[in-house]
Design a protein around this ligand. Structure first.
Ligand code: GAL
Length: 817
């Protein structure tokens, strides 16, 4: 990060030596002082509208996330054929039980100075949820229905230079428009871009690396320069590549005579390049400097990495020529209790946790991600499959994307790829997830059309699609129209498909869908796909899964068995808002159970299973907790996720035997199990042994005493005073000795003072109806997470918690500029 700042400083100083700020590109983030109202206002766009009673707020903003839960919200009578339903059911909580529906208006005053007359003025939206209609000074500027793709409009003709302008945006979310929570509002960035008439076009560079080796790389740079002036002049493009220290490592100069649009194509050679990889995500900066008659008119920065990607029918995916198994997760875009509004600190935390688990890949199911997300995957080292659509022309949702497909699919796809094709982390474009056209002969034609569009925009990355009806997708030709065939939930077919269709490049685009509630264990312990419990929770023994899916162990075994399979994307990394399967019908559940992490980002047991297989960390994790007053003298099976070869288990000092990892069943391969342990309070201890029976690690889980105190732990103690940064505080209810009370449900109350505010609280319980914006909530199995956001004032933030007779706690966090 330090290095990046240093580079940014360098780039800015380079720019200032060439030109004064107003001479070249100016980018003004429109973050603060927006006015907002959550209803339709017929004259919302009118310049003289009295908006004095509108809320003053900042963006990114998700208007729904702070609202109360309401199980009537977006209740739908729907038949989900993908879930095998034979008739329509009344679905509750499907989109998160939050009011993200109806109309919202945003207005902002903008002033562009008189000196900027003659410049070209644009407004860029990273995403607006949804059906955006944009106005300037009451004049309609343009519209963009899909909430997930980025778009730009030119304002030059309508702007009043030197005086106040009103930018207004009308957004509307229709009911039954999605299968999961969308969020609502200006939930991604908006900015004003002020350019000289001669400038690099919007998303106007395309940087690829056709030759990559440790000795040499060729960087191919295509630059589209717009010439929006009649004045004649000699136009020159100077392209420079800078390394992370800001050192110039390659340069190309091209000149050209005037035309409306100039397409430059340059090839730059580099010696001994730093290759981009997930363990060493080295980034270079490409500076595109445009000169008119020797005077700099624009300078545009593209970040890129030097890496090669290959997809092989037998060897799988190769990064820089080396086989690379995708240890991936699917992620929805919502950030749990803070909703869909993009936040870098929240994204970073998710990625840090996934890295810790050993994950190296992400599928942005089922929609294009934020810019910030891909900047982080570039710099933190993940490969990414960017997905465009969850629906084509055949509806999955009454008011879903099918309403816009004909008119907008091509525009959305081009926007997605043009914005994101310079990210080294992006390795594939998915044209759709489980589209219903798999079952139709017409599906082939649409798949071909979308793949062609992708290839026109970027011939360096393959297209793919997640097929759940894989045999239909093959029969109807869709599988032949994508470059890489994604299989949703088909581990048992990998080998068969490879033998029968050796031409396909295969991977598990969506796998596992095991469901669990953090800290909940159900008895008897059994593998099942028809879980239903009266408390609307699910077991964390990780043996319960959807009817169409399987346990993690089964998929992991197939992944290891089949070298030709490129890897998998587990459904899902984090729990998300909406889709509370299997409690879809008339229940209090409003968020998913599929995550490896709960909605608050706390680790479920499954984290350790993946960590033991995917990472190089030594793992020794025991489950369940050991508080079973209600099971005295009864069997409580003990499982251990570990990558040590063998483990001996003790209950109150009495050995329960040694278990060794072996291949007799998939479960013996990935977890050690003591299925006949009789519960007695006290402690369970796992002792890990090496092959020579030396003790190499130990892990103890104790029965807790009476809940006595509250303990808080922040994930950092210093944060940025920028009004955006977040600190996540894990809160535990503990006994006097400091053991977690793993079944406690205690109401806790929080206060925050100083230079921060309480952003959200979340306990990870998918059925909890307390608003995320509340200052109180019950712990779920002894834990919850409190999220604190900085203000722009530097100083200390104090967070205090009390709860009934429990001993309270407080912590202080410092904020700095
Ligand atoms: C898949 C679908 C996902 C999610 C998942 C749950 O079929 O693509 O969006 O619904 O099932 O198991």
């Amino acid at each position: 990060m330090k290095r990046k700042n240093c580079l940014l400083f360098f780039v800015l100083s380079v720019l200032s030596t060439w030109a004064t700020e107003s001479d070249i590109r100016r980018v003004i983030e429109l973050e603060d002082e927006w006015k907002f109202i959550n209803r339709d206002v017929r004259e919302g766009a009118a310049i003289d509208l009295d908006d004095s009673d509108w809320e003053v707020m900042s963006i990114p903003h998700d208007w729904a996330i702070i609202k109360p839960f309401d199980m009537n919200m977006d209740m739908q009578r729907t038949q989900v054929i993908e879930d095998g339903e034979t008739k329509a059911l009344l679905r509750t909580g499907r989109t998160g039980a939050l009011n993200a529906f109806g109309v919202g208006w945003y207005r902002k005053k903008i002033i562009v100075s008189e000196q900027d007359r003659g410049k070209k003025i644009f407004v860029e939206f990273d995403g607006a949820m949804s059906l955006a209609k944009v106005y300037l000074n009451g004049n309609f500027i343009g519209e963009w229905p899909y909430g997930y793709t980025s778009f730009t409009f030119e304002l030059t003709d309508k702007i009043k230079f030197g005086s106040e302008n009103i930018l207004s945006v009308r957004l509307e979310n229709l009911p039954e428009s999605s299968r999961y929570y969308t969020g609502a509002g200006l939930y991604r960035g908006v900015r004003l871009v002020i350019l000289n008439p001669v400038h690099v076009a919007h998303w106007g560079t395309f940087v690829t690396t056709p030759v990559v080796s440790v000795d040499k790389a060729i960087v191919d740079v295509r630059t589209n320069v717009c010439v929006r002036t009649k004045q004649k002049g000699k136009i020159k493009l100077v392209t420079e590549i800078l390394d992370q220290e800001g050192k110039k490592v390659a340069k190309a100069i091209s000149t050209s005579h005037q035309a409306d649009s100039i397409f430059y194509h340059q090839k730059l050679q580099m010696k001994s390049p730093h290759l981009w990889s997930v363990s060493s995500p080295y980034l270079y900066s490409v500076l595109s400097k445009v000169f008119v008659d020797g005077k700099m008119a624009d300078c545009y920065l593209t970040t890129m990495g030097i890496r090669s990607i290959d997809f092989d029918t037998n060897k799988g995916f190769l990064l820089n020529g080396q086989p690379f198994k995708l240890k991936g997760v699917c992620l929805h875009h919502d950030l749990g209790p803070i909703g869909a509004a993009v936040n870098v600190a929240a994204l970073k935390r998710q990625l840090r946790l996934l890295k810790e688990m050993g994950s190296n890949a992400i599928r942005t199911s089922h929609n294009p991600p934020s810019r910030e997300f891909l900047q982080l995957t570039d710099s933190m080292g993940f490969v990414v499959q960017v997905e465009a659509f969850d629906e084509w022309k055949v509806a999955k949702n009454l008011n879903g994307y099918h309403l816009y497909f004909d008119e907008w699919a091509e525009k959305d796809l081009r926007a997605m790829i043009r914005r994101d094709r310079n990210h080294p982390s992006v390795i594939m474009w998915s044209i759709g997830n489980e589209v219903r056209e798999q079952k139709m002969p017409e599906g082939k034609e649409i798949a071909k059309f979308l793949t062609d569009v992708c290839h026109q925009e970027d011939a360096t990355r393959p297209t793919t699609s997640g097929f759940n009806y894989h045999m239909d997708a093959i029969r109807n030709g869709l599988a032949d129209e994508v470059d890489v065939v994604g299989l949703n939930y088909k581990p048992h077919d990998y080998a068969k498909l490879h033998a029968k269709y050796p031409q396909y490049k295969l991977y598990g685009s969506e796998t596992v869908s095991t469901w669990s509630s953090r800290g909940i264990y159900k008895f008897p312990v059994q593998e099942t796909s028809s879980s239903w419990y009266d408390d609307y929770q699910l077991s964390s023994y990780d043996l319960e899964h959807a009817r169409w899916s399987c346990t993690p162990d089964i998929e992991l075994a197939q992944q290891e068995h089949c070298d030709f399979i490129m890897g998998e994307f587990v459904w899902t990394g984090f729990d998300y808002l909406g889709e509370p399967t299997p409690y879809n019908e008339a229940t209090p559940a409003r968020s998913s159970y599929f995550g490896i992490f709960d909605l608050a980002g706390m680790k479920k047991d499954r984290f350790y299973l993946y960590q033991s297989v995917w990472s190089d960390e030594k793992v020794l994790h025991l489950l369940p907790h050991w508080d079973w007053e209600d099971r005295l003298g009864q069997v409580v099976p003990v499982h251990c996720y570990t990558n040590y070869p063998k483990v001996e288990l003790f209950v109150n000092g009495v050995s329960q035997g040694i278990r060794e990892r072996n291949n007799s069943t998939v479960y013996d391969r990935y977890r050690l199990r003591w299925n006949d342990v009789i519960y007695a309070p006290g402690e369970i201890k796992a002792v890990a042994l090496d092959v020579n029976n030396n003790v190499v690690a130990e892990k103890i889980v104790r029965t807790s005493g009476t809940p006595y105190k509250i303990k808080m732990k922040a994930d950092r103690d210093i944060m940025l005073a920028d009004g955006k940064d977040l600190i996540y505080v894990t809160v535990e209810v503990q006994d006097k000795a400091g053991n977690l009370c793993p079944r406690s449900s205690c109401m806790l109350f929080f206060t925050v003072s100083g230079s921060g505010k309480l952003k959200a609280i979340c306990n990870g319980d998918p059925t909890d109806q307390t608003s995320f914006a509340s200052n109180y909530m019950r712990t779920f199995n002894g834990k919850m997470v409190v999220i604190i956001q900085s203000t722009k004032e530097e100083g200390d933030i104090e967070l205090s918690v009390i709860g009934g007779k429990l001993k309270g706690d407080s912590i202080t966090v410092r904020t700095k500029r």
